[in-house]
Write a protein that binds this ligand. Structure first.
Ligand code: ADP
Ligand code: MG
Length: 261
């Protein structure tokens, strides 16, 4: 659990009435969600419920059709001129994305680069930080995820769990205020899931603000300050891990969780 829960703090993420359609298919039907600084929010829900789409809207990999998403006090992707919203130029959106790290199911490290090169690629190549400073920080991150000895290894020589931990370090290298995880352990062999969840639990304890889509109920129970259950493009239910996982109120939450018992 994080140590930064205080109601006086403004939420880092404020999503209001977020709607998103693909053609005729309305995937998000009015999502509301607040995430306070330091909070770990786990999103659960069946396949197709809109979880990935919602995460992709938060860092503006998708346009939203209606509603708003604020991160760190800025509306993501848009700016208000008078009473009208205008889409921000790509450059401004890229700047907003610097505050948001994302880890996907498929870690997609650059195969021709070492672990260290993978991690410093964005800070040095894109954000023009000094290589020396970026490498120093990359080594700190590798230590955090338990891979200090792998800085010069190539991804193909690492296990899936190690590669995913590198991907986490890579996402952290831009010093994001918010981390999004989209089923980070779903592509891993079962015996490798634990090491990735342990690294994420450490980050949670250090006060990183995280939104985690996962089917790992154990992780939700141990690390989540709040659990959100999504189904059919809605937030059906949310609360503490105990409230949602032990004593779910909504029949759809109950039906979903019954699969895990
Ligand atoms: P989840 O992550 O909860 O499994 P998704 O957000 O991936 O759900 O998908 C929700 C719905 O949106 C699904 O019906 C999916 O087919 C549809 N969808 C997702 N991405 C796209 C896309 N790029 N184009 C069209 N439909 C999409
Ligand atoms: Mg998904």
């Amino acid at each position: 659990m994080s140590h930064y829960q205080s109601d006086e703090q403004a939420p880092l993420v404020i999503a209001r009435n977020v709607h998103k359609s693909y053609g005729e298919n309305e995937v998000l039907k009015g999502i509301d969600l607040d995430v306070r600084p330091g909070e770990v929010v786990v999103i659960l829900g069946p396949s197709g419920s809109g979880k990935s789409t919602f995460l992709r809207c938060i860092n503006h990999l998708e346009d939203i059709d209606r509603g708003s998403i604020m991160v760190g006090g800025e509306q993501i992707g848009y700016v208000l001129h008078g009473s009208r919203l205008h889409k921000l130029p790509e450059k401004a959106i890229a700047r907003q994305r610097r505050n948001i790290g994302m880890v996907f199911q498929q870690f997609n490290l650059y195969p021709h680069m070492t672990v260290l090169q993978n991690i410093v690629e964005a800070p040095v190549g894109v954000h023009k930080e000094s290589r020396q400073a970026a490498e120093k920080y990359a080594r700190e991150l590798l230590e955090k995820v338990g891979l200090s000895d792998k800085a010069n290894a190539y991804p193909r020589h690492l296990s899936g769990g190690q590669q995913q931990r590198v991907a986490i370090a890579r996402a952290l290298a831009i010093k994001p205020k918010l981390m999004l995880f989209d089923e980070p352990t779903s592509a891993l062999d079962p015996e490798l899931v634990g090491e990735v969840l342990a690294a994420m639990r450490d980050l949670a304890q250090q006060g990183l603000t995280m939104i985690v889509v996962t089917h790992e109920i154990g992780f939700a129970r141990e690390a989540a300050d709040r659990v959100v259950f999504m189904d059919g493009g809605y937030v059906v239910e949310q609360g503490t891990a105990d409230e949602v996982l032990v004593n779910p109120q909504h029949p759809r939450t109950q039906a979903f969780l019954s699969r895990f018992i």
